[in-house]
Design a protein around this ligand. Structure first.
Ligand code: OAD
Length: 231
């Protein structure tokens, strides 16, 4: 059975109450990317950056997975082939919704990373400036999230999965951030069919074979039902 590779973005968690980045009033309307989502911003004002991610960590911990997260978990469980979920989200709601394995290409709010030695550990609910790394004791703990100007995680494995995909689906992502925005081209070159499920057409909507518009809690369960019926 064909392998399905799914890319998700902030739109899949919007109906769980987590704000997206670029929709009206979204996170990037309230905060400057260069202040809170770049290594330079962290070097300039680590307290501001920790404050931003601490608030998001609390929100994510309080949020519940929605019908779209649960439907993807069902697809992963019931589809006879592989279902690879690659997410740009740092909220952990795919796992909370029952997904067995998820590739976190932009990291996770649940993780802390030592900027000095690369050691990783579970983040406390609130991270503070100057916390020592449990491995090397350097006071350089940061959230284990990928910032602009940094290389997303697990790219080799993601490209391998895209090369073997029979179907690629992008869900709730605006298609404005690379390299994720180019996955549709990688998948197409590998011969995969491609589908976008989004509230509004993304920047790259014309690159997909099919586009399904609507809120993720409606479109994703319906799409999963169709996939499982048609297998
Ligand atoms: P964006 O905020 O750029 O896009 C969210 C997308 O979700 C838009 O296309 C919306 O139309 C759609 N959307 C909103 N509500 C929806 C709903 N209820 N159902 C379905 N779709 C809905 O978020 P991303 O594309 O995830 O990176 O952003 C990509 C990256 O940019 C993020 O991972 C983050 C950000 O800067 C970093 O911080 C490195």
């Amino acid at each position: 059975m064909e392998k399905i590779v799914i890319l998700t973005g902030a739109g899949i968690s919007a109906e769980s109450g987590l704000g997206t980045f670029r929709d009206e009033g979204g996170l990037w309307a309230q905060h400057r990317i260069e202040d809170v989502a770049t290594p330079e911003g962290f070097a300039r004002d680590p307290a501001l950056v920790h404050g931003f991610y601490n608030a998001r960590r609390v929100q994510a911990a309080e949020a519940q997975p929605n019908a779209a997260h649960k439907a993807l978990a069902r697809l992963q469980r019931d589809w006879p082939g592989e279902v690879i979920i690659v997410t740009q989200n740092v909220d952990g709601l795919h796992e909370a919704g029952g997904a067995q394995s998820v590739i976190h290409m932009h990291g996770t709010l649940a993780g802390a990373l030592c900027a000095a030695c690369g050691h990783r550990w579970t983040a406390p609910p609130e991270m503070a400036v100057g916390e020592p790394c449990p491995a090397c004791a350097a006071p350089t703990a940061r959230p284990d999230v990928v910032w602009f100007g940094e290389m997303p995680y697990h790219m080799d494995s993601i490209y391998d999965h895209l090369a073997g995909a029979g179907l690629f689906a992008a869900i709730g992502t605006s298609g404005q951030v690379y390299p994720a925005a180019a996955f549709v081209h990688e998948a197409t070159m590998s011969g995969a069919r491609t589908v976008e499920l989004n509230l509004d057409p993304s920047t790259g909507a014309s690159s997909f074979d099919d586009v399904v518009l609507g809120p993720a809690t409606e479109t994703v369960p319906h799409w999963v039902d169709q996939m499982l019926i048609s297998q």
